[in-house]
Design a binder for this molecule. Structure first.
Ligand code: AMP
Ligand code: MG
Length: 341
């Protein structure tokens, strides 16, 4: 059976050139727009009378967050912090720092917001890719220690105890952004909406006819067939995979999700990890972390925390592991194995 996404994603027509929401279908009240930010294309769709206003506010918020959080923009708060070694942060950045330190502790360091010096060594930020010498990686490892990040929650300020330490919110920023867009949708009276931030989907409510959203999860092989389709309401569905960003050198693929224990791209049996949760930040952080953990540790982590999220993982031998909380809402043409709580 070929699984293809039907429903809304096909109906969404992208209106390029900024987020000036327009009617795309007269008989319905949905508005849709596309924004390029955080190095990815984002599609936002909202239903209801206030859809236009909600989308315009969402677009401004996306740009505001991109300006604050992007390491690639030399003027962003995080880039300035990284070059100065200390600084006062906005509420957004400070919240994300606290959240990312918390996820880091929970995942035993599989998620590590201080990973940026290693990302730079591999050339991911500039796209000038390079396989670093083992000695360089070894020398950079002490800079990853989150115990050397001092935070002052009274003043929302932060300082690094060692020169050269740098933050990277690339593994969590889109999840936060999607939470913030959902907040804006709700504040503007939107009860039904779906957003797709470069493959990370967040749904609000159900479709207007009360049926569930159908979310297609990208197949790591990049072909037409989806890894599977999830029918859900009110959830973030966030995926991490080495296939999203990588380079090849001498026949070896090096991807962008680094195992903080080694400084090298995570290398285990997983091809992709999708997290389903009410909490976009958590879903984003955990998609990265469980990808680093590998199958067995990820299953154990799920069992210890199954009240917070569900997970869909594809292994390199094309088996899709699906946790109990979403197994009934998920369909796939790949071999599927259930992860019990
Ligand atoms: P994601 O697609 O959410 O898994 O995020 C991947 C991005 O997170 C990378 O491009 C890096 O910017 C950053 N990153 C890579 N490895 C890690 C890690 N172990 N912990 C936290 N962030 C990471
Ligand atoms: Mg992530």
């Amino acid at each position: 059976m070929k699984v293809k996404v039907i429903g809304l994603l096909i109906l969404i027509m992208c209106i390029c050139g900024g987020c000036k929401a327009q009617d795309v279908q007269q008989e319905d009240t949905f508005k849709s727009c596309e924004v390029f930010a955080m190095d990815t294309y984002m599609t936002l769709t909202a239903y209801g009378e206030n859809a236009n206003g909600a989308l315009e506010k969402a677009e401004s918020r996306i740009k505001e967050l991109d300006d604050k959080l992007s390491t690639g923009n030399a003027d962003s708060e995080i880039a300035l912090l990284n070059s100065n070694g200390s600084g006062k942060l906005s509420k957004d950045s400070f919240y994300l720092l606290e959240k990312s330190l918390d996820i880091s502790k929970k995942t035993d360091g599989a998620f590590l917001p201080t990973i940026y010096p290693i990302m730079e060594a591999w050339g991911f930020p500039t796209k000038e890719f390079n396989v670093p010498d083992a000695s360089l990686i070894k020398n950079l490892m002490p800079l990853l220690d989150i115990g050397k990040v001092d935070i002052d929650s009274q003043n929302d300020s932060v300082s690094f105890r060692e020169e050269g330490m740098k933050l990277d919110f690339g593994g969590i920023a889109k999840g936060y952004t999607s939470d913030e867009i959902m907040k804006i949708f709700k504040e503007n009276g939107i009860e039904s909406g779906i957003i797709n931030l470069g493959g990370n989907v967040h749904t609000l409510g159900t479709k207007t006819d009360g049926s569930l959203w159908k979310v297609g999860i990208q197949n790591p092989y990049g072909d037409e067939e989806y890894l599977g389709v999830l029918e859900i309401a009110d959830k973030a569905v966030i995926t991490s995979g080495g296939y999203e960003r990588f380079f090849e050198k001498d026949g070896i693929i090096y991807h962008h999700i680094i195992d903080p224990a080694t400084g090298y791209p995570a290398d285990n049996e997983l091809q992709s990890v999708t997290i389903v949760s009410n909490d976009g930040v958590l879903a984003d952080g955990l998609s990265t972390a469980l990808f680093v953990m590998g199958l067995d540790k990820a299953i154990k982590f799920y069992r210890d925390n199954s009240e917070d999220f569900d997970v869909i993982m594809m292994t390199k031998d094309d088996v899709v592991y699906v946790s109990e909380g979403v197994s009934d809402s998920f369909s796939t043409s790949f071999d599927m194995k259930l992860i019990e709580r």
